[in-house]
Each structure stands twice: as C-alpha cells, then as structure tokens.
Ligand binder design. Structure first.
Ligand code: FRU
Length: 491
C-alpha cells in the first residue's frame, strides 16, 4: 500500500488497498503484540467479498500489514465479523504442544444467505488459520445471525460467546468448555435504541472508577437507525454472572457523539484491571462506499485506540464509558505551541511543514468554581490554499460541538455537518478539550474522554493551520493550551 496520499491518516490504521469495515478478532498476545483483523474486500474499494485482513502493532498507532488471515472458501461465501481468543490451556484441543494457540470466531455468510458461527485456529500466533472441520459451531438456520464475540469468564471457568440475532433485536449469550461446543444461556432483547438491527455485540468486564464492583458492559452496534442517521454504537453497563447480563438501568447510552464510530471491539487479553482498550471503524454505512479516498485506492480507517473504563461523571448519568486516546503521547514528534497561562487569547500554529499532517491538541481550564463556569474554548483548522475550515469547540461546563461542513472534498446528503453533546460538569474545577487531527479524521475528547466524537472529513487541499482560542473565561481560572505534531506510523 501507498500511505503517502493527502487523504491517508498517519496515526490511524487503514488498509493497504481495497475496502475495510469492522475491526475483528482483536487480541494482544503474550509478547505484548496487538493483533487487529478487519472486514476486508481486497479486490474493490466498496463493501463486499469479505475476508479477514490482518495487521499488528506494539503501540496501536504504528501498524504492520500482515497477509490476509481468513479467506472465503466456496464461491459466494464471505467471512463476516467476529473475534479471537488465546487458548493457553488448550481447552479446544487444537493446540497439544503450545500455549499461544489462537482461536477465531467469525460468521460465515453461506452462499444460500444463511449466517452460521464458525471457528478457525492458528498455531503460528495468529497469522495463518485453519478452518475447524466441525464447522459450523452454531447454526440457527437464520439469515440474520452473526458477529460472535468470545471472552473467558474466570468465576465459572467457562468461555462465553455473545451473538446478534440482528433483526430480532436479540443478543444471545452462549457458554462453552472448549470453544467448539456452545450451549445457549440467555437472551438480552429489545433494549435501548433498536434501529433496523443489532450488530457486533461485545461483552467485556470493565473497571469502574472508585469501585471494586466487577462491572461489565454490553456494547451493541445498530444500523441503520442511529439518531444522527446510519450506524452508531450504544452500551449498557451492568453485571454478568456467567449466564445472564443484567443492566443497571434501562437507559440507552451512546458511545460517541460524532457520526463515524461503529462496530467497536475490545481487545481480548488486555492485562490488569485498570482499563480495557477498544478500536472502532471510523465510518458510517450511509456513505462509506462513496467517500473520496477511493481516488487513492482505499476506503475506511479505524478510530484511534481508546483506553476505556466506567465512571460516574455526574449523578444524572452514572456509569459513563470513558474513552480517551490510548497513550497518544508515544506518537508526539514536536511541540508546535504551548502556553500554560493563555488567559483569554489565542495561539496560532502553521503546520504546513509537518510531514505527517497529524496533530494532537489540548486546551485545559483549571481553577473553576460553580460560579466561574463561563467562557469557551474554540478551534479552527484551515487550509491556507483553499480556505476550507473545520471547526469545533466547547462551552465551559456545557456543550461541545464539531462542524465539518466547510470542507468541500465530499458532497453527500447523509454526510451531515454538525455534531454536539451536552456537557456534564463533575465539580472537579477543570474543563478540558483535546483532539487528534489526522488529515481526514478528527477525534474530539471532553474532559479526558467523558465524551468523544469521531468524525471523518475531506478537505480538497490539506488543512495546515490551527487557531486555538479561549474567550470569556473568568479571571480566576487558568487556561493552558498545547499543540503537538504526531509522527507518522507509516511514512
Ligand atoms: C457491521 C456488519 C456486521 C457484519 C459485517 C459484514 O458493520 O454489518 O454485522 O458481520 O458488517 O461485513
């Protein structure tokens, strides 16, 4: 693949050529190497002919493309979304002489349209896979039964799979001692936003800030039918006893306030209890087959890796999924601007000489009290050549917004402009906005990931200047801002 094109993200994964959608099979191996598989059409820049593409990374920003991991067999087959686990104790029987065997679970789209859950295993650490001779491992004779995600449940000593009966709005939970034979345990049906269908469920144990309560979230993607149109991810915090998931309440919590964050998946095998790590597909089914990157021979990128945990930001919305960039500082190449006593004013950055074209910025107000929650932090990115701009900002203690409408490289009725979210001030005296800007993707974070937005945008000439502005901030508060260049993971 050629990663030089003006539209190519430099710190986000995108396929060498062809079309990509959902992340699949994500796991971290015993050497700390992260494996990302993905829905991949290697022969065209539109969705279809799906294989599992594969890439690996040690830092989750610098990726190495690997050979295609799973191929369709008979004509008309496709390898749909799924997950992978490491089976160190050889519960599956596939790995008599090793502790690093990898088992992948995917949906086989059969030529007759039936979707079954199938298994493939790898004895070389996740590069080459052999399809299990006993496939399928689950067959409900349904054309809408897909996206298996498997985890290990320590308390019951059992493997757990979640699948979607997509158009019945039902997530089914299955258990297995050996990754091959699966027993139905329970259904989780008709919760939250329904849309046309449920897809890509994830069940994952996740730490809750300030609590030892062993929380889980059930993450469900829906498409179409998102509040902003097209596809979106929602999640349910709750408890899981090995067979049943019980949500804490009936609220539908949206994972991202942009329009380009879908089919998110959590890595299997993240050590420790501090956080989980996820990656989502940074696109939307409404327009993904039409975006202009096909001129460079590829379509779709992944989101940045996110560090995830739960927190009660306010009593009004408990159990918020925090989602912040995972160790993005490891990609900093140079400081482009820094001012830790900006007060009301602005900084200007010309990054036209930055080869990666990728930035990270932060603006932070501290020393706030309930009576000094005033003012705004705004940013404008622009192209000196074309005058196109991308803008966003936040009101201290209030709303955060993003507007991609003044970039002109893509025109589509569903490619809507403006996104916003209502703020949740947690009383901690601080209000912060930060973001990654990577040529054609922006990810915006409020208060270190209490809220986040993923948005793709397509300028006709590269954006190359940034203005960060603080206005109306109370004199008793302190404003600090910084902008850093990010080094390319590709060039
Ligand atoms: C979600 C999805 C999955 C399916 C895959 C096919 O984006 O529709 O439900 O397995 O994409 O590529």
């Amino acid at each position: 693949g050629d990663y030089n094109g003006n539209l190519r993200p430099q710190v986000h994964y995108s396929p060498p050529t062809g079309f990509m959608n959902d992340p699949n099979g994500m796991f971290v191996d015993d050497t700390g190497l992260y494996h990302l598989y993905y829905q991949y059409n290697p022969t065209d820049t539109v969705a279809g002919n799906v294989h599992w593409g594969h890439a690996t990374s040690r830092d989750l920003y610098t990726w190495e493309n690997q050979r295609i991991a799973i191929f369709p067999g008979a004509p008309g087959e496709q390898i749909f979304s799924g997950s992978a686990v490491v089976d160190p104790n050889n519960t599956s029987g596939f790995f008599p002489n090793q502790t690093n065997g990898v088992v992948a679970f995917y949906t086989l789209l059969n030529p007759n349209g039936v979707q079954t859950q199938d298994v493939a295993y790898s004895t070389d650490g996740g590069y080459a896979f052999t399809k299990y001779s006993g496939n399928p491992v689950l067959d409900a004779n349904s054309t809408q039964f897909r996206d298996p995600k498997v985890i290990w449940h320590t308390e019951t000593g059992s493997w757990i799979m979640v699948t979607a009966f997509a158009q019945e709005y039902t997530i089914s939970i299955w258990t297995s001692p050996n990754l091959r034979e699966w027993t139905f345990a329970s259904n989780f049906s008709h919760h939250g936003l329904l849309g046309l269908q449920y897809e890509c469920p994830n069940l994952v144990q996740i730490p809750m800030n300030g609590s030892d309560d062993p929380m889980y979230i059930l993450y469900i993607s829906i498409n179409p039918g998102a509040p902003l149109g097209g596809s979106v991810g929602q999640y349910f915090p709750g408890h899981f006893n090995g067979t049943h998931f019980t949500p804490v309440d009936s609220a539908a919590r949206i994972a991202d306030f942009g329009k380009d964050n879908y089919a998110g998946q959590f890595f299997y095998g993240v050590p420790g209890t501090q956080h989980q790590i996820s990656i989502a597909w940074a696109s939307n089914w409404q327009y993904t087959n039409l975006v202009p990157t096909a001129s460079e021979g590829w379509r779709s990128a992944m989101s940045a890796p996110r560090r995830n945990y739960l927190a009660n930001v306010t009593d009004r919305i408990p159990y918020q999924l925090i989602s912040e960039p995972y160790e993005v500082q490891s990609m900093f190449s140079e400081e482009l601007a820094f001012n830790d006593s900006l007060a009301n004013g602005s900084v200007f950055v010309d990054y036209s000489v930055l080869q990666s074209g990728a930035l990270y910025f932060e603006a932070n107000v501290t020393g706030l009290t309930e009576t000094s929650l005033t003012g705004t932090l705004n940013f404008t990115l622009s192209s000196v050549i074309s005058g196109e701009v991308l803008r966003g900002g936040t009101t201290i203690g209030g709303d955060t917004w993003l507007d991609r409408g003044k970039t002109s490289g893509f025109d589509n009725v569903y490619f809507t402009d403006k996104f916003s979210v209502t703020g949740l001030y947690d009383g901690a005296g601080e209000w912060r906005i930060s973001g990654i800007i990577d040529r054609t993707i922006i990810e915006l974070f409020v208060n270190g990931g209490e809220q986040s937005a993923t948005s793709i945008f397509f300028p006709s000439s590269p954006l190359d200047t940034m203005i960060l502005r603080a206005g109306g901030i109370d004199g008793s508060a302190t404003v600090s801002v910084g902008v850093w260049g990010l080094r390319s993971g590709w060039l």
